[in-house]
Design a protein around this ligand. Structure first.
Ligand code: HPA
Length: 235
């Protein structure tokens, strides 16, 4: 079997898939953290791997950038390959300096300027939310590991460049403290096709000040996030 965007065989994916945005990051995760990782899909160089972690089968595959790309991959994984749990591991920009660089942010809900959920929901406002069980597992795991996390609403923006300056004020006022680009799509795809999803993000930049993590800091925070994601994935 294959789908338009995944050329894996039936059964090639584990029930749980960790999803970074970047295909090379998926490759690095598979090579660094999984045992017996096997490359299962290569279409468009969006690599997907399945191996084991602490004896449990686990997959990792990139979802690309933005809601359209992430929606395509998550839909095919869930609908055609029987994936049950999606854990996005990504980065986000903070809308206020109250949120600190390198902090872990777990997305309980995802607001958006994308129209995808209105298209799904008779033009009404759908509350795209994480699966509660997965969210709880991720937050408990971070606490066990002594890593502080903020849990809250994120903004899944369609534009990386050109977010209106007053939008940052609106987001801050409405307690939406970070911006990323996929979760409002991923959460609603999971709901639509009957899977569970959660997003774990590291704060890579503070949008109003332009402050950003260094390459070295990104490595450390990435490792912190991976330790939480991997432990939560096999619980
Ligand atoms: N905007 C959207 N997505 C992001 C950002 C941002 O500033 N930083 C990291 N991911």
């Amino acid at each position: 079997m294959a789908t338009p965007h995944i050329n894996a065989q039936a059964g090639d994916f584990a029930e749980t898939v960790l999803m970074p945005g970047d295909p090379l990051r998926a490759k690095m995760i598979a090579e660094t953290f999984l045992e017996d990782a096997k490359l299962v899909t290569t279409v468009r160089n969006v690599f997907g791997y399945t191996g084991t972690y602490q004896g449990k089968r686990l997959s990792v595959m990139a979802h690309g950038m933005g809601i359209p790309s992430a929606s395509i991959y998550t839909t095919e994984l869930i609908k055609d390959y029987g994936v049950k749990n999606i854990i996005r591991i990504g980065s986000c920009g903070a809308v206020t300096p109250d949120i600190k660089l390198r902090e872990l942010f777990v997305a309980m809900g995802a607001s958006t300027d994308s129209k995808v959920n209105r298209m799904r929901f008779n033009d009404h406002d759908y509350a795209a939310i994480a699966d509660y069980g997965l969210l709880r597992t991720v937050v408990d795991t971070a606490e066990e590991q002594g890593k502080p996390v903020t849990v809250g609403n994120v903004f899944s923006a369609d534009l990386f460049y050109g977010v209106q300056p007053n939008m940052l004020e609106v987001l801050d006022k409405m307690q939406v403290k970070v911006i990323e680009m996929e979760l409002a799509g991923i959460y609603s795809v999971a709901a639509q096709y009957g899977a569970r999803a959660v997003g774990i993000l590291t704060v890579s930049d503070i949008i109003p000040t332009g402050e950003a993590t260094s390459a070295e800091e990104r490595q450390t925070t990435f490792r912190d996030m991976m330790e939480v994601a991997l432990a939560a994935a096999v619980k």
